[in-house]
Design a protein around this ligand. Structure first.
Ligand code: ZN
Ligand code: ZN
Length: 411
């Protein structure tokens, strides 16, 4: 069991550094029934920070699974108006969202993928105004994690259930810079400053293209959009409230040009999509589009992702993380993108972040599209960093700059 002291520290970090809840603001907490103790601690901290009202949206992957099992595709394709209204009220009031991620791995392994796809598409469509709002950072949001027994046993298969949960708590808190002794808020102020410094160096180069290569077969060039912005660490909402969309986070990321990706990328970690693990996969891109791919396991789920919509076969994000980073050094494979993506350079298939281009949040979709922005209802990160990855940045003047050598930042 996590101690009360650590629980309180973590909850306060989530509320103050993650979401940065403001006085009088409405807050919604998305959390699984497995994490009710943490939920209560977060709700308390949100009120202490001055929240006007905190709404808890309880989820339960097991109940959802029964729905996938027994509901028809037609039924799964409908989103009730009260759900849409709830999100609309949140957007209209600039509410702040806290999501505590605790996925149950492999839970949906026997579910017909077309059912998962139908439900996913319906909800993304009905709530696209909400994802537009959040991805443009119009109000604060944060995603953090907490263990559940099944996830913990997947990460630590040799431990009994209780030991595994304790070990996963320890790993999550360490990755999130929360210890018995430290002041996590102080640690995060320092961490955010360091991330910002890296963004500035990368922004100053204004690279035209990044070229990635390693011995596994990755050999891919990724053109960046003009006027791209490297982001990572804290972000500002329009009211200049600083928040951290992810705890933990180690990534500096920016916007690839939709039609400027060519070559092959080999994944170095499995990708959890629609409750299934896609393993040992690679993809080949031509003029930005995935033209060929394969996976040793769950290729059909990768097909679902690539064919999700018109934008899900193009990239929306490229992120740099040193191989020598705290989460990577822990050597733990979390089977959860929130952690694993921070252990490795990654790309995302699907929607780009408008914050990754100058004045992006104020531009229309047409203006953004002209610049090479990729629009999609999907956004799925996959990892390809390795200890021998090299990254060469090519400036607009054609000068080559070594950005990564042997897996690590050298600028
Ligand atoms: Zn990322
Ligand atoms: Zn991403």
């Amino acid at each position: 069991m996590i101690s009360n002291k650590l629980l309180e520290k973590y909850a306060k970090l989530i509320v103050v550094v993650g979401a940065n809840v403001q006085k009088g603001q409405m807050v919604s907490v998305n959390v699984s029934t497995d994490n009710n103790i943490l939920a209560r601690a977060v709700v308390k901290q949100a009120y202490l920070a001055g929240a006007s009202k905190v709404t808890v949206n309880w989820t339960d992957d097991y109940c959802s699974k029964e729905g996938f099992m027994y509901r028809s595709i037609e039924s799964l394709s409908t989103v009730p108006s009260y759900t849409v209204d709830k999100y609309q009220e949140f957007v209209d009031n600039n509410g702040c969202a806290i999501s505590i991620s605790s996925p149950v791995p492999d839970l949906n392994k026997d579910i017909d993928p077309s059912k998962l796809q139908a439900a996913n598409i319906a909800s993304r469509k009905a709530l696209s105004f909400y994802s537009d709002h959040m991805m443009a950072s119009r109000s604060q949001w944060t995603v953090v994690a907490a263990p559940n027994a099944v996830w913990a046993k997947k990460v630590f298969p040799n431990f009994n259930e209780e030991e595994a949960v304790d070990a996963l708590w320890k790993a999550i808190l360490e990755a999130s810079r929360v210890t018995e002794e430290n002041d996590p808020i102080e640690e995060w102020n320092k961490h955010n400053a360091a991330m910002l410094a890296h963004n500035e160096i990368l922004n100053d180069y204004e690279f035209d293209t990044l070229h990635f290569k390693n011995s596994l077969g990755t050999d891919i060039s990724v053109k960046l959009v003009d006027n791209h912005i490297w982001a990572g660490g804290g972000e500002l909402d329009p009211r200049k409230v600083l928040f951290n969309p992810n705890i933990p986070t180690e990534e500096n990321f920016t916007m690839p040009h939709k039609y400027g990706v060519n070559g092959k990328v080999v994944a170095t970690k499995p990708l959890n999509y629609q409750g299934k693990l896609i393993e040992d996969f690679w993809m080949e891109f031509k003029d930005g589009k995935v033209v060929n791919y394969d996976a040793a396991k769950n290729k059909d789920v990768l097909t679902n992702l690539v064919n999700f919509d018109a934008g899900s076969s193009y990239l929306g994000e490229i992120a740099l993380i040193s191989y020598n980073s705290p989460i990577s050094n822990s050597g733990i494979l979390f089977f959860n993108t929130l952690f694993d993506e921070n252990a490795s350079c990654h790309m995302a298939l699907g929607r780009a972040y408008v914050i990754n281009v100058v004045d992006g949040p104020d531009k229309s979709l047409e203006e953004l599209a002209k610049m090479g922005y990729n629009h999609s209802m999907a956004h799925s990160d996959f990892m390809f960093g390795s200890k021998d990855l090299s990254v060469i940045g090519i400036t607009k003047a054609g000068k080559e700059v070594v950005v990564f050598k042997d897996g690590n930042f050298v600028i």
